[in-house]
Design a protein around this ligand. Structure first.
Ligand code: ADP
Length: 635
């Protein structure tokens, strides 16, 4: 077995210790198919002697079978491990590889370059200290190079190496290198890259990888490995930034000890430092820095610690502890960049869980300002973001959080969005800045409240939310229920889908994005009417679980009754009271629920009405009965 160190056989303890104390550099390689990424990584593993002999003989054999390099070793085969990739000749998923030198440990993320794998690239790059952009010297800067560069700038990678590869195939020409460098520099200025290193190389022949190549005496810089050995690690840089510790959990083993545990995102902290807890703004002083190995006099970015404070301060998971002299910002509305990572598009108005640091809040995209064409950097208008799309959006949260702009701190400014129903990660984003309007809008206190208004009407306010296919009977039944309530002297209002679309929602169509916005507005109106003390009936197809649960969450517990008007599609289509199914079947009506747009069946509706069993009047009676049962109506 070939390996970098004899210590492995002579003194394993010593070997492990030396490894433990080495800095770790994470980097990502990007480029298009055939630029030589896999060859470069294979070469780095080989040069750092991290290949085992049995692996070496396996690639030698494979090189003969699949390789593209004649009789020489094809390092790409080592790296393109998946059989599927080999056969198609492309790299599909993010592959992480580890190697080490005497100075450092390395983790390299090898990501596929195609546009449909943008999300993989973002995932692979999210923790990288450096990026190597591979450029084929024969082809120069391609659209892919620009796209990858834009992504790296979006993710905020500070150290960029443009590896101008395959120099052996252009006779190691200085003129070719200079031309590509100048072209890239002009582009780099557009996306705000300041510090770019250009290295001419041949990963295949090993030129300028570990040592400077004699074949390019005109190159005055460093070879790739020595460059990587010297790149500043993010951990080192972060120690110079303002102190931030997102609180992971409150450690309270007994009444005498109360500590706040977390991993330091940036900066330095010492006992005696004055701190501010955010978003609450409360202040105190650090009493102790507790760790498994005893108390510390100082702790820095990357360390996991428990802080105790001089005062009793109310702190919970998700809060951020800052030093008092340089606190984070707090806000509940932001402009953010967003990379969409799911097959189901981002819909403005839909509520997602947002994880930022150790905090989880509910977030809505209130507006997509524009989508970025990642190939040309043009801004495009967009109503939704599809898989792999990148956009700039306004975000609105259900409560204020402590944060930093992503450009200043990736831990307190970077976030992911999670689907509330499936728990899938659907997007990744970077906070740009707080919207000023969020700082200027406060809830106004009013003395006459919901309870007072409802009491004046001698009733309990609530929302009766009818959902079901078109023609299922929502409007018919809701209308009968309202008549019966009215006859009982109740104060009601019926919000009907078609009626609302004539006024408030006149600007909306029937795409998924517009349906979400339709229900968001109706939910807000229903909430205002409940506030006014009314019994609100709403009759909307409301096809998605997500928006129905949003409408539910807008009012208090017990104030929302979901009524699923359960009529099979065949029956609703047979009734077809407005002739809409016939139109849809003729293809004259797009996005019609049940035909070419989904209806998600409610799983926990309070009331389910089977209209094949109950006629409309009986259904209305049944609902009145349920309202008496749950105490909304008196008997
Ligand atoms: P939606 O509001 O759900 O689109 P509508 O109430 O406008 O549906 O239309 C439902 C149609 O079905 C009406 O023409 C109604 O008379 C008819 N219908 C037949 N049986 C029932 C029933 N059991 N409940 C409600 N409506 C029924």
């Amino acid at each position: 077995m070939a390996h970098v160190s004899d210590l492995i056989s002579t003194d394993i303890e010593q070997y492990l210790k030396a490894h433990e104390n080495k800095g770790l550099l994470r980097f990502i390689t990007c480029g298009s198919v055939d630029d030589g990424k896999s060859t470069l990584i294979g070469r780095l593993l080989y040069e750092s002697k991290m290949l085992f002999e049995d692996q070496l003989s396996a690639i030698e054999a494979d090189s003969k079978k699949y390789g593209t390099q004649g009789d020489e070793i094809d390092f790409a085969l080592l790296v393109d491990g998946l059989a599927a990739e080999r056969e198609q000749g492309i790299t599909i998923d993010v592959a992480y590889r580890f190697f080490s030198t005497d100075q450092r440990k390395y983790i390299v993320a090898d990501t596929p370059g195609h546009e449909q794998y943008t999300r993989n690239m973002v995932t692979g790059a999210s923790t990288a200290d450096a990026a190597i952009l591979m450029v084929d010297a024969r082809k120069g800067i391609l659209i892919q190079t620009r796209r990858h560069s834009y992504l790296m700038s979006l993710i905020g990678i500070r150290n960029i190496v443009v590896a101008i590869n395959k120099m052996d195939l252009v006779d190691y020409s200085e003129a070719v290198f200079n031309r590509i460098r100048e072209e890239y520099r002009a582009f780099a200025r557009q996306i705000g890259f300041e510090d770019v290193t250009f290295i001419p190389m041949s990963a295949f022949k090993g030129d300028n990888i570990t040592t400077l190549s004699e074949r390019m005496p005109w190159y005055q810089g460093t070879a790739l490995m020595p460059h990587l050995e010297a790149v500043e690690l993010d951990d080192e840089r972060l120690q110079r930034s303002a102190f931030r510790m997102p609180v992971q959990w409150v450690n309270r083993p007994n009444l005498d000890f109360r500590g706040f545990a977390g991993s330091i995102a940036s900066g330095v902290i010492r006992p005696g430092d004055a701190i501010r807890v955010q978003p609450s703004g409360k202040t105190s002083t650090v009493a102790r820095i507790v760790t498994h190995d005893g108390d510390l006099e100082q702790a820095v970015a990357g360390q996991s610690i428990t802080l105790t404070l001089a005062d009793e301060v109310d702190i919970s998971r998700g809060d951020v502890i800052s030093r008092i002299d340089a606190p984070a910002e707090t806000a509940d509305q932001f402009e953010a960049s967003l990379v969409w990572m799911h097959e189901e598009a981002l819909l403005p108005g839909r509520r997602y869980l947002m994880k930022i640091g150790t905090n989880t809040v509910t977030a809505q995209v209130s507006e997509i300002k524009y989508q970025v064409n990642v190939n040309t950097l043009e801004h495009l208008a967009a109503k939704q973001l599809e898989l792999n799309a990148i956009g700039v959006c306004n975000l609105s949260l259900d409560r204020a959080i402590a944060f930093d702009a992503y450009a200043d701190n990736q831990d307190t400014g970077g976030f992911i969005l999670i689907d509330r129903l499936t728990n899938n990660t659907v997007g990744a984003g970077m906070l740009r800045f707080a919207l000023r309007r969020s700082q200027n809008i406060h809830m106004q206190h009013v003395d006459v409240d919901k309870a007072a208004r409802a009491q004046a009407k001698s009733q309990k306010a609530c929302v009766l939310w009818f959902t079901g296919l078109s023609g299922s009977g929502k409007s018919t039944i809701a209308n009968l229920v309202e008549k019966k309530l009215h006859a009982r002297g109740q104060h009601t209002y019926l919000l009907d889908g078609d009626n609302v679309r004539h006024g408030l929602n006149r600007d909306l169509g029937f795409t998924d994005a517009d349906r979400v916005e339709n229900i968001r507005r109706v939910g807000e109106v229903a909430k205002l009417m409940v506030d006014a003390g009314l019994i609100v009936l709403s009759a909307f197809i409301s096809p998605f679980c997500s928006e129905r649960s949003m409408a539910r969450d807008l009012v208090a517990d017990g104030e929302f009754l979901e009524i699923f008007v359960d009529t099979p599609l065949s029956v609703a289509e047979e009734r077809d009271p407005k002739g809409l199914y016939k139109k849809a079947r003729r293809g004259e009506l797009k996005n019609f629920t049940g035909i070419d747009s989904a209806y998600e069946v409610p799983e926990a509706a309070e009331i389910r009405i089977d209209t094949t069993v109950l006629d409309a009047d009986a259904a209305a009676e049944r609902i009145i009965g349920e309202l008496i049962e749950c105490g909304i109506l008196q008997n």
